[in-house]
Design a protein around this ligand. Structure first.
Ligand code: ADP
Ligand code: SF4
Length: 674
C-alpha cells in the first residue's frame, strides 16, 4: 500500500546540530533492564527499533561515574574506556539501519543509592538518600562541582568514540542537574544556589562543556523536566520551567522536555493519563527556541502525531512505550499499513521490568526483550515446515496470540471460543475504570487474524473432549483461562477458608446483587482489587478496601501506578484498611485480623468480594487426558498470571512448535575448553 500523503510530514528529515535525523520518529531514552551487564541484549533491542524505522534511537540512562550507581536496576556505564566497546555494539546496531544513535548520560546525585559501588552519594546539599536507606548524600563543594563537570566531559568523549550521534545532558527525573535546578532540593548559599540564574549555572556549564568536548560531531541534547508537578514550590511550566528554557534556549542542539519530578509522572499508565497528556505542560517550549523539540505522550495514532507537528507542539514524535509495543510503528505508517500498528495499551508492565531489575517485557509485544536472548523478531517468524492443523480452544489473550502466531507460521488454525465474543478476561477487565485501552490486546489480534486466510474463528463454540476428538487436529492448544478463587487463598492466606456468601469478581461482572457496605478483600495485590473498589464506589456503594499489604494494589508500585491509585481511592471515598487479613464472614460483618499482632476486629459488611487469586480452568484438559488426547496448555489455564505472561506463553508455544525448547541465552564470559 502506498503511504497516506497526510503522513508525509512525519518522514521529513530534521537537522539536530551537526547531525540529521532521517525522519521525525524519535525513540526517547527508556530503560530496558539490560544495562551494562547485558550489552548484546541491549544492542539487539535498539537495533530492531532502528530497523522498524525510528529515525533516532536512544539508550537508557548511562552513568558517568561510580558515584551514580542505580543497582540493582540496570543502567549503562561510561566510567572508563572499557565501557566503550560494549556500547559501540548499540551504536552500530542503530547505524546499520540508517538511524541516529543517542545516549543519555546520567548522574543520579542524591537519587543514586550506590549499593554496588558503595561510594557515598553526592547532592547539592546534605540530604537523606532516597529509598529509605540509612544513608546520606554529601553536599558537593566547588571542587566537587569541577570534578563532576570533568566526568560529564570524559563520558561525552567516550560516547563519541563509541559512535553515538546525540549526547545528552540529563536534567530531569529528580537527578543531579535537576536537584541543582529545583528550589526544593537546592539550598546552597554559593554561586550554584539561591537565584534561578545560580541554580541554572551547573546545567549551563554542562551543556557548554559537552559541546566543547564533542559538539563538532555530536548533537548535544538536554532532557529537562519543565514541570515537577509540585506546584509553585517547585519548577512549573508557567514559572521557572519557562524561565530556564528562555535562559538556555539556543544553547543545546535539541530539547527533550517532559513533566517529571518522580519517574512515574511522565510515564503514567493509561489508567491515569490520556494520549498526549503532557502537551499542556510542554507546548510552550517551541515558542522560546528555534532548536528542535521532542516530548512523549504514548502516541500511537498517526493523526495525533501529525497534529503534534502541525500545531507546533514538537518537531519529533517522541516515544518510549509505543516503540516497545511496536518497534515497527514508523515502518507501518511509511508503508501504508497503519492499521497494523500494535498499539501500546498503557499498562506499564514495561516499567515493572526495570523496577524489578529484569529484562524488558511488554504486554502487547511478546518479542520485546527477546531479540538477542531468544532470537525473536517482532515481524519475522519461521514458516512451519509441515501442512498441519491446529485447534486452539479459548479466545482470550493467550488463545488469540497462539492462533495468530500459528497462523503466521502457516498452519491451518481453528480458534474456538465458548462465549459469543472473543477477549476472555479482557471482556471484564477492560470495563474497569481507566482500563478500556486494554481491549487493544484483543482488537489488534483479531484484526491481524482477519488478514490470514488460514485461520478460522468460531465464537459460541464450547468444546468438549468428544468435539476435540472428532475435530482431529494435529495440535491441540488449550487456552481456557482461569477463574477467581472462592476459598480466600491468596498471597498471605495460604490455607483455604469457607466464605459461602462471598462473591468473586466474575460474579460482580455477571451482575450479582451488591448491597452495602461492600468489602473488597485484596490478597492478590495487582489491578483487580483496587480497580473493583473504585468501580463500586463510582456506582455509589459504600466501599471498604481491605488488604494484607501496607498499601492498596501494592504490586502496582512496580508499574509506577500505586501512588496515583491510592490517591484516587481516597478521593473516591473508599475506606482503606491495610495490613488486615480476612478471617471469617458472618451475618452482616466480616472478621479481620491484624497481620502482625493477630488482633481481631469486626467490620460491617453487606457484600464481600474476594480478590485473592485465580485457579486454572483445567476441566477440559482432564477430560482430554482421560481419553488419551494430547493437548498443550498455555496462558492462564496453565498458570494464571498477568496478560503479558499469557501472551508470552502463547507466543512461545507457537513460535517453538517443532523447535527445540532451549534455555534463553545469557551473556557470559567467552567460551573456553575445560
Ligand atoms: P488467557 O488469559 O489465558 O487467554 P482468558 O481467561 O482470558 O485466559 O480466556 C479464556 C477463554 O477460554 C475464555 O474466553 C473462555 O470463554 C474460553 N473457554 C474456556 N473453556 C472453553 C471451552 N471448553 N471451549 C471454548 N472456549 C473455552
Ligand atoms: Fe505499552 Fe504495556 Fe507494552 Fe508498556 S508493557 S509498552 S505500557 S503495552
Amino acid at each position: 500500500m502506498p503511504r497516506d500523503p497526510r503522513y508525509d510530514i512525519l518522514f521529513e528529515p530534521v537537522r539536530i546540530g551537526p547531525v540529521t535525523a532521517p525522519n521525525r520518529f524519535y525513540q526517547t531514552p527508556h530503560a530496558t533492564g539490560f544495562g551494562w551487564q547485558r550489552p548484546q541484549s541491549g544492542a539487539a533491542l535498539r537495533g530492531v527499533k532502528a530497523e522498524g524505522g525510528w529515525g533516532v534511537v536512544c539508550t537508557e540512562y548511562c552513568s558517568i561515574h561510580p558515584s551514580s550507581d542505580d543497582s540493582p536496576h540496570a543502567f549503562l556505564t561510561l566510567w572508563d574506556d572499557e565501557d566503550i566497546a560494549p556500547l559501540a555494539l548499540t551504536a552500530e546496531a542503530i547505524h546499520a539501519h540508517g538511524s541516529l544513535a543517542g545516549i543519555e548520560l546520567w548522574h543520579g546525585g542524591g537519587h543514586a543509592a550506590n549499593r554496588m559501588t558503595r561510594v557515598p552519594g553526592i547532592a547539592p546539599d546534605v540530604q537523606p538518600a532516597l529509598y529509605h536507606l540509612p544513608a546520606t548524600a554529601r553536599a558537593m563543594d566547588l571542587s566537587d562541582i569541577r570534578t563532576f563537570r570533568g566526568w560529564q566531559r570524559d563520558a561525552a568523549v567516550r560516547a563519541k568514540r563509541a559512535g553515538f550521534d546525540i549526547v545528552y545532558v540529563y536534567a530531569g527525573h529528580d537527578y543531579l542537574p535537576f536537584q541543582f535546578l529545583s528550589r526544593r532540593t537546592n539550598h546552597r548559599g554559593d554561586a550554584y544556589g539561591g537565584s534561578l540564574e545560580n541554580r541554572v549555572r551547573l546545567l549551563r556549564e554542562m551543556i557548554e562543556d559537552t559541546k566543547d568536548a564533542v559538539g563538532d560531531a555530536c548533537a548535544v541534547a538536554v532532557r529537562l523536566a519543565v514541570d515537577e508537578l509540585h506546584g509553585p514550590e517547585g519548577i512549573t511550566s508557567a514559572g521557572e520551567g519557562r524561565e530556564i528554557i528562555a535562559m538556555l534556549a539556543e544553547l543545546p542542539d535539541l530539547w527533550d522536555v517532559n513533566v517529571a519530578g518522580a519517574l512515574g509522572n511522565d510515564s503514567r499508565s493509561a489508567r491515569f493519563s490520556a494520549e498526549g497528556f503532557q502537551e499542556e505542560n510542554v507546548a510552550f517550549v517551541k515558542e522560546l527556541t528555534t532548536k528542535p523539540v521532542v516530548s512523549v505522550g504514548r502516541f500511537t495514532s498517526p493523526d495525533q502525531m501529525v497534529s503534534q507537528i502541525r500545531r507546533g507542539v514538537q518537531d519529533f514524535i517522541g516515544a518510549a512505550r509505543p516503540s516497545i509495543a511496536d518497534p515497527f510503528l514508523p515502518a507501518k505508517i511509511r508503508e501504508g499499513r497503519e492499521d497494523e500498528i500494535r498499539e501500546c495499551i498503557g499498562c506499564n508492565i514495561c516499567r515493572a521490568a526495570n523496577n524489578e531489575a529484569v529484562g524488558l517485557r511488554c504486554t502487547q509485544n511478546p518479542t520485546m526483550g527477546e531479540e538477542w536472548r531468544r532470537g525473536w523478531h517482532p515481524e519475522r517468524i519461521a514458516v512451519y515446515p509441515k501442512q498441519e492443523k491446529a485447534l486452539v480452544i479459548g479466545g482470550g489473550p493467550a488463545g488469540l496470540e497462539a492462533a495468530l502466531t500459528l497462523g503466521r507460521r502457516g498452519l491451518e488454525v481453528t480458534l474456538a471460543e465458548a462465549g459469543q465474543s472473543f477477549g476472555g478476561r479482557l471482556l471484564h477487565e477492560a470495563t474497569l475504570p481507566g482500563l478500556q485501552t486494554w481491549m487493544r490486546v484483543r482488537d489488534w489480534r483479531l484484526h491481524m487474524i482477519g488478514k490470514l486466510p488460514n485461520v478460522s474463528l468460531f465464537p459460541a463454540s464450547r468444546m468438549g473432549a468428544s468435539d476435540v476428538a472428532e475435530f482431529g487436529a494435529d495440535h491441540v492448544v488449550l487456552a481456557t483461562g482461569s477463574r477467581w478463587r472462592r476459598d480466600g487463598v491468596g498471597v498471605y492466606a495460604i490455607r483455604a477458608g469457607e466464605f459461602p456468601l462471598a462473591l468473586t469478581p466474575e460474579d460482580v461482572f455477571a451482575g450479582a446483587a451488591v448491597a452495602g457496605p461492600v468489602v473488597v478483600y485484596d490478597d492478590e495485590h495487582y489491578v483487580m482489587g483496587g480497580a473493583l473498589a473504585e468501580k463500586l464506589a463510582a456506582q455509589g456503594h459504600e466501599v471498604h478496601y481491605v488488604t494484607t499489604a501496607p498499601v492498596a494494589s501494592s504490586w502496582t508500585v512496580m508499574t509506577n501506578e500505586q501512588d496515583f491509585l491510592q490517591a484516587r481511592l481516597i478521593e473516591a471515598g473508599v475506606a482503606i484498611h491495610p495490613l488486615k487479613a480476612l478471617k471469617s464472614q458472618g451475618n452482616g460483618a466480616v472478621t479481620l485480623t491484624c497481620v502482625y499482632a493477630g488482633r481481631e476486629e469486626a467490620l460491617p459488611c453487606g457484600t464481600l468480594v474476594l480478590c485473592t487469586g485465580r485457579l486454572p480452568d483445567g476441566a477440559l484438559r482432564d477430560d482430554l487426558s482421560a481419553q488419551g488426547i494430547a493437548a498443550t496448555r498455555i496462558g492462564d489455564c496453565l498458570a494464571p498470571s498477568s496478560i503479558a505472561d499469557a501472551v508470552h506463553s502463547a507466543h512461545r508455544h507457537a513460535r517453538l512448535l517443532g523447535e527445540p525448547d532451549l534455555p534463553p541465552r545469557r551473556e557470559r564470559a567467552p567460551e573456553r575448553s575445560l
